[in-house]
Design a protein around this ligand. Structure first.
Ligand SMILES: Cc1ncc(COP(=O)(O)O)c(C=O)c1O
Length: 445
């Protein structure tokens, strides 16, 4: 049992009359189904139960256990997902007005945080795949060239793994960042499990200075549970202060307890079970390949994720998803062409069997040609912050040409922002947006 679970259990044993938040007092919340003990365990930061942003008790002990597990200088709990960790990570490494090199396969939480903090991203594209356009890994040589040509860049920010499972060469990127004296910040929201693989692909093991993990995405943790990992002592002393800058003062105890409770399994048995997941996903991929599906290749990839397209069999993403759903499977992502399946040790044999049966019985039709739009980066005309906080209105793409975007447009795929606030919408950008089925956009007045 983890330290936080022990502390709350102790509190519950005391049969205390709760004259503190939350208002349900551990007993009278209504739920649409049986939530069991959940109400009782939904406590708050009262005596003996620590306080997330001043942690020095059981929450701190849980964090230290995670820090040991991931081999970090420090690890801090977030009950507000990776979104909170990304805000803190950028605030820790950069000052308002700073420029950074950012890879365009970026989640909206990072773009929003950059706007809040008045940061100025210089964008580069990740690799885009050969047969289809999907956010792939980052080219280290492009990062090196960008840093060499702009000494004002104060950090490098990237997403790895991408939504489609491409993992970047963090060790190479870390060496480059070190040689330029800038920190490497990694959005590892999709990769908390990477540390449990036989070949440890976790950014903290490979030299990143800071990274976030959405524990809830790939580990047995409740939605919202995440971790900010610190891999460089320089950032350790102010990390909690930056988390507090953006986080709620009422972090969910069920979320934090689920992080604490996962420890035993993560420390013992999760890696072995994870190896079976890798095998199962490889097996699913081999069946999909034999059936003629398209499986994008990445030099390094997340082995628990299956990105597949049945276009060669004539099925679009919705058609593939309908077929999977017909076998009782719900994918993580359904796009025009692709479905993404995410597996974990909590999937059962039956789950995998269903995928095997679904992939083994795919209908066949006339092949569809994959989408191959060429991506270009629009020109930034106004700072992100200025554009995000300026009044904007929705117009058709035809009306938008020559205007400045007021909102981000980031379809997935490609999982790359086609437009971020402050960029000019020129004819090329407008036709790119159209090719992704986007016909209107917010522009500044
Ligand atoms: C790459 C990436 N970064 C950040 C986030 C935000 O994470 P969270 O939902 O844990 O706040 C997500 C969520 O999907 C993501 O995919």
């Amino acid at each position: 049992m983890g330290p936080l679970t022990r502390a709350v259990e102790q509190y519950l044993k005391g049969d205390t009359s709760r004259f503190h938040t939350p208002g349900h007092k551990g007993r009278c919340g209504s739920a649409p189904f049986d939530w069991g003990e959940l109400w009782r365990w939904d406590v708050t930061e009262c005596a003996g139960l620590d306080s997330l942003f001043e942690a020095d008790g059981p929450i701190r002990e849980t964090e230290r256990a995670y820090s040991r597990l991931y081999g970090t200088d420090d690890s801090l709990i977030s009950a507000g997902g990776s979104t909170l960790c990304i805000q803190a990570m950028l605030a820790l490494a950069l000052n308002p007005g700073d420029s950074l090199l950012a890879v365009r396969g970026v989640h909206r939480s990072a773009v929003n945080a950059m706007a809040l903090l008045d940061l100025h991203p210089q964008w580069i594209l990740p690799s885009l795949g050969e047969e289809t356009v999907l956010a792939g890994s980052v080219f280290p040589e492009e990062v090196e060239a960008a840093l060499a040509s702009n000494p004002r860049l104060k950090a490098v920010y990237l997403t790895s793994p991408t939504y489609f499972g491409a993992v970047s060469d963090i060790a190479a990127l870390s060496r480059i960042c070190q040689s330029f004296g800038v920190p490497l910040l990694v959005d590892n929201a999709q990769g908390a499990h990477l540390t449990f693989l036989p070949q440890n692909l976790h950014p903290m093991a490979l030299g990143a200075d800071l990274c976030c993990d959405s524990l809830h995405k790939t580990l047995p943790v409740l939605t919202g549970g995440a971790m900010l990992h610190v891999g460089n002592k320089v950032y350790a002393s102010r990390a909690r202060e930056k988390m507090a800058l953006f986080g709620s003062t009422s972090p969910s105890y069920p979320v934090m307890l689920s992080i604490d409770a996962a420890l035993d399994y993560l420390e013992d048995g999760f890696g072995e079970d994870g190896a079976k997941v890798t095998q199962q996903v490889e097996y699913m991929a081999s069946i999909a390949g034999e059936q003629g599906c398209l499986l994008p290749e990445f030099p390094l990839r997340d082995p628990w994720r299956l990105t597949l397209s049945a276009s060669p069999l004539g099925l679009d993403g919705a058609g593939l998803a309908a077929h999977l759903r017909g076998h009782g499977i719900e994918p993580e992502l359904v796009s025009e062409e692709f479905c993404v399946l995410m597996a974990s040790p909590c999937n059962t044999e039956r789950d995998f069997l269903r995928v095997e049966q679904a992939l083994g019985s795919l209908p066949r039709g006339t092949a569809r040609s994959p989408k191959t739009a060429a991506l270009t980066l629009p020109r930034q005309k106004v700072s992100l912050r200025e554009a995000v906080f300026a009044p904007s209105h929705l117009v058709s793409l035809e009306q938008a040409v020559g205007k400045i975007a007021g909102a981000m447009v980031s379809p997935c795929p490609p999982g790359i922002a086609l437009v971020v606030p402050g960029e000019e919408i020129d004819e090329d950008t407008a036709s790119l947006l159209k090719s992704y089925g986007i016909f209107s956009i917010h522009v500044l007045h």
